[in-house]
Design a binder for this molecule. Structure first.
Ligand code: SF4
Length: 381
């Protein structure tokens, strides 16, 4: 697609943008664990495995949320060999709470490929990376530019906003032709040297200065070049995202007890989300359906157990993509039947103390934290 830079922009303008951004980054970058070298110094020569893990974690997640996960993950699985050899349940457990668990599964699968086919090396070769699971254009550019200084572009939410404003792009850079434009712009601006630092500087400027609603143009290193700043268009570029229509869903979850144990079910490998993770059985309640009747029906349908429904344990509100879910959790005492796999891959009877060992989704963790809490009154177990 034929794109061009704004009128009056020359190679010299681009060179000035690169220099200003890199100088700003050298002074203002945050001290993040994956920006350190193997000796613990903030440096351009980063550890490829750390760069890769951090970039996968950072997709759709904030820096503040990622830092503790990154440190825990690297200390448990310090290199690609350790990651490849790890059990999937361990990887999911280390990822628990970050969400988007497919990223963890892809990272794990890619590590296995790198060990099996490339001796555990993270290669300086875009063709190898392009074939790995979970590696799209962003991860490819982010890893190869930071780990090997390859002049490859990146586009994510922060850099997209900075590029659109800097060049004064009037369309929506998230959609259609705009997507192609923003990659063109990222490619045009990335320098031949220090490409990784430059890509990081674009994202860092978006995170620290060029924010969505209140860009601090008076302290921006690009203020004199930026088209949006010149024309006062910061609030219009990029255009606001269209609001997503939210659907309300009422669910019932059941803590099935048998003595001092409760039933934990493992989701199937082909489940729509949270594959291979654990939970108490839950499903949507029909409109107007009584909670207890729903509990009996759901448990029968998902496990083939019969239960006597009991008291409500707690209600958890959470969001998944475009759904706002209200999950009412009730107790259910085992009354008969035997577990039949189908809706779930398997099931285990566990004590509340054992719940912490299993990878579960964020709403299920809330429930399990309550179930295991010895100070909760009345005690559930
Ligand atoms: S001058 Fe303002 S709008 Fe332009 S890149 Fe800097 S902070 Fe963003």
């Amino acid at each position: 697609m034929p794109f061009s830079l704004p009128d009056g922009w020359s190679g010299r303008t681009l060179a000035a943008v690169r220099t200003k951004l890199l100088n700003w980054f050298d002074k203002h970058q945050r001290d993040l664990p994956w920006r350190r070298d193997a000796d613990g110094e903030l440096a351009s020569a980063r550890v490829p495995y750390w760069v890769w893990v951090s970039e996968v974690m950072l997709q759709q997640t904030t820096v503040a949320a990622v830092v503790p996960y990154f440190e825990r993950f690297i200390s448990a699985l310090p290199d690609v060999h350790a990651l490849a050899a790890a059990d999937e349940q361990r990887v999911l457990k280390l990822w628990e709470g970050l969400g988007y668990y497919r990223r963890a599964r892809h990272l794990h699968a890619a590590a296995k490929t790198l060990v099996a086919q490339h001796g555990g090396e993270l290669p300086d070769d875009p063709a190898v990376w392009a074939e790995l699971p979970g590696v799209g254009r962003y991860i490819l550019g982010a890893v190869l530019s930071q780990a090997f200084d390859r002049p490859l572009p990146i586009v994510e939410a922060n850099s997209l906003r900075v590029l659109a404003r800097l060049f004064g792009y009037p369309g929506d850079p998230r959609e259609g032709e705009g997507k192609a434009w923003v990659w063109f712009a990222a490619e045009a601006v990335v320098p031949a040297k220090r490409a990784g630092d430059f890509n990081q500087s674009l994202m860092e400027l978006g995170a620290l200065v060029c924010s969505p609603t209140a860009p601090a143009c008076d302290r921006c290193p690009l203020a004199t070049t930026c088209v949006a700043n010149r024309d006062g268009l910061q609030s219009l570029i990029p255009p606001k995202k269209k609001p997503v229509a939210i659907t309300e869903v009422a669910e019932v979850g059941v803590v099935i007890r048998d003595g001092d144990k409760l039933l934990l079910c493992q989701r199937r490998a082909d489940a729509g989300r949270w594959q291979n993770m654990w939970e108490v059985p839950h499903a949507p309640r029909a409109e107007g359906e009584d909670v207890n009747a729903a509990a009996v029906r759901i448990v029968k349908a998902l496990t083939d157990f019969d239960i006597e429904p009991g008291a409500e344990v707690m209600t958890i509100k959470h969001g998944v993509t475009r759904y706002a879910i209200t999950l009412v959790c009730v107790e259910g005492t085992l009354a008969g039947g035997a577990f039949v796999p189908g809706a779930y891959a398997g099931a285990k009877w566990v004590t509340p103390d054992e719940l912490a060992e299993y990878p579960v989704s964020a709403p299920q963790r809330k429930l399990m934290t309550a179930l295991a809490d010895p100070n909760r009154q009345p005690r559930l177990f």
